[in-house]
Design a protein around this ligand. Sequence first.
Ligand code: ASP
Length: 716
Amino acid sequence: MTKKILFILSIIVSSHAFSAEGMWVPGMISKMVADNMESMGMKISLDDIYAINNSSIKDAVVHFNGGCTSVLVSDQGLLLTNHHCGYSRIQAHSSLENNYLKDGFWAMSLSEELSNPGMDATVIKEIRDVTNDMLAELSVEATEAERIEHLTKKSAELIKKVKEETGFEAYVKAFYHGNQYLLFVNEVFTDVRLVGAPPSSIGKFGFDTDNWVWPRHTGDFSVFRIYANADNKPADFNEDNKPYRPNHFLPVNIQGVEKDDFTLVYGFPGTTENYITEAETKHVLEVINPLRLKMREASLGVIDEAMKGSELTKIQYAAKQSRISNAYKKWIGQSKGLIRHKVLDKKDSVEALFAQRIADNQDWNTAYATLISEIKAIEAAKLPLNVNRNYFIEFYYMGPEILRFTEKYRELVAMCKDENITDEAIEAWINEHIDNSGYFKNYDNTVDEDIMKAQIGFFVEDQKPLDFLNNLKSDKESLTAFVDRLYEETLFDNEADLTDFFSTFKRKHYKKIEDDPAYELSLRLAMFYSDVTRPELLKYVTNSDSLMRIWMDAQMLVLPERTYSPDANGTLRITFGKVEGYEPFDGAEYAYYTTLEGVMEKEDPTNPEYNVPERLKELYAAKDYGRYAHSTGEMRVAFVASNHTSGGNSGSPVIDANGNLIGLNFDRTWESTMSDIMFNPSICRNISVDIRYVLFIMDKYAGAKHLVDEMKLVSE
Ligand code: ASP
């Protein structure tokens, strides 16, 4: 082996042997990982973390509406998650009169808790390895298409069987890029009510400026409650439902954390791409991230300006702005981190070592000699289509809302054209859909039009083959004039016009919908994506998926000294680490915790991002922290630790060595956002709100002590 390769190997081995990298599947923890957890201070057993016949911590960890995590903290279904996870629900209940986003909301009794139609909370009952069942009878000669067909059929059979045997729902997910398959048996609760939320000046303190940033002073939590029927089973909202009685809820440790304390984060991380090649990482860095940033800068420019000028727009666009700006800022940090930590070079080194090893081994050489160059070739071919796809996502799904809003009317148009559909059925459809007040409550057509104007140029520039746009535009009409005309002529940007139109709707009027410029643009965009971009992309995706499966398997075989945890895929995981600060850049060192003192230091009454509520200032002045104060007397707000987390881990319980709740994970530091592609234990930190700050805000700030009384507080 050359010196260079030996050096690379030493980096790989040393950085992985004692690091906390990895998002592990509970119930499938290897001895090596378990030993590592123990050596870092964990005192509970693997059975305490995950069991199927007894209650265990897993029963308290709840997938919150499919995107975030939450934790059960009482025997009455009380659920804690982040403020930013509950944000759209808090927003939905807010109005100028009852501005819960601004002022907070606290239900003082069960009867005041607010229902949230359409939302769900999922508890995992069991995780099974079904790799053998999934792959049984799959011929080694099967094409990729046959493989997909086989796997789809098998997973449907397995899910059906679980349902028949247990009555529970289930889903199957691929791990290690299709080298392993796990089945998750689960119970989905649909009556989830809002119990409490601090004002945004606490729950979102620091807003966009502090998002993804440490030191942080945000009380990022909100409170919900799961309700169930008389048998403690899932049921849609009903006055008679009762608070859910979980198999396990987490005791809350009010002792607080110290440096080097063990931490375990239990939750549902969304997506990581830790095993992509150097070539793909380069595309993210040089092509995909820049285009996403360009599109989002355009829409955020419009939204931020509009929100500055009006209280109403601030309420209407708060959740949308957060959704767009959250990933926007993350991608900036991610690109910086990837460059600073020379991730391309590191990926290159791994690939070089791989090439060296296989060159020395006849069998490996036969199997993998062309693997990396094949991956490179396919990535290069896929890139332009990926660019199209990302522009489509940014414009159609994240851009002007009118494009998505008109979507549902495609069904009506199809019904009107179908002779087998009766007039009565059409009338019933209209009655069901005539009320659009929920949508229009949060819609401003001027803002929407300006977003379209800001983005459409970039979009069209990219997707030149959009001939249809030229058909839609009249001769020599500029894009801006086209957008002006679109919003002038469309029915779909005005609630009154729309209701008027449908109140006298006759079947033949469907033509007016079809000719509507917003409807037409939306339909053509969607068709272009589904008929042109997507099928082309899919041709490559199938191949690149199968190469990725082989690449994953090959790395595990050829480079066995590395630790391989499966990429995040929205399933239940644990990740462990310890409470520790870090050195963000040369010459600086960050502490592992922040305090209320820092909230006061950041206070700026002239900047809405840093307002501090009067009541909080009073409590601070009186140092009235009660039992929630740290042993030093200060009020701790947040802390950082070296857990390998991702989006979806928002709201995850941060658990101490004894299995108690010590915080709620809510973010990563700016320097950590690269961890979705490469985790670096010396620099990557997750940010959590100290659970004592959560209790202090509930009890002392909001006067909702009854909620704290529901929990089991421990001090150990
Ligand atoms: N704050 C993040 C999010 O919104 C959590 C993370 O990615 O670490 O997804």
